[in-house]
Design a protein around this ligand. Sequence first.
Ligand code: PEP
Length: 255
Amino acid sequence: MQTGRRPIIAGNWKMYTTPPEGRALAQAIRARAEPLAQVDLVLCPPFTSLAVVAECLQGSPIGLGAQNMHWELEGALTGEVSAKMLLTVGCHYVILGHSERRTCFGETDAMVHQKVLTALAVGLTPIVCVGETLVQREAGQTEAVVYTQVRSAFADIPSADLGRVILAYEPVWAIGTGRVATPVQANDVHRRIRALLAELADDTTAARVRIQYGGSVKPENAAALLAEPDIDGALVGGASLKVETFLEIVRAAVS
Ligand code: PEP
């Protein structure tokens, strides 16, 4: 992390936690999180737990995020959830283009782009996920894949709006696998993403955008990852479902 960019740790609860479980988890995190003067903390429960978690977080600096949304503001789109609905329930953030959405549900770069435009238009902060598969990494395509995803997600977005986004570099081979990118591997991609942002916008904007790392972040590896100059936080899956492990990662971001 570099001074000037406030670290941001987000917990992606994926399709875990019923509303009562979500309430208990959010309450415990709120009760045990130390003062958050130096770090932004965000919880991203499933849709059905958003309202109950919002209630638990009222008056606290912990932010609420959703894991996905549709790009239309409303419509005959059975099973979908809109940005307006997320705002109404108290979300400030939304994860977009997570690799599980891309892989399991066929989300394309074009769809992610539409979602980013909508999120920015309504005032939600998008956490945009990018990352390569193992085959792509081994074929030396990491930069090309990630650049395509970033260019597409932020096509035609003015610098002022680009400065508001959060990126999450999540190598697909590290998500939920226990296999983590080394701090040097991760920082190398973060640095290149920042260089691309400078090209798409300008140096000031690129220096402002926070880029999280995601992929098997745990208390044991968090400090080393977060010590890298271009890693500004973490998007945490599995380890965010346990209060103590999640809070240890948060502590690693402030130490
Ligand atoms: C994620 O869901 O974005 C993630 C990185 O999961 P995990 O931490 O479990 O690898």
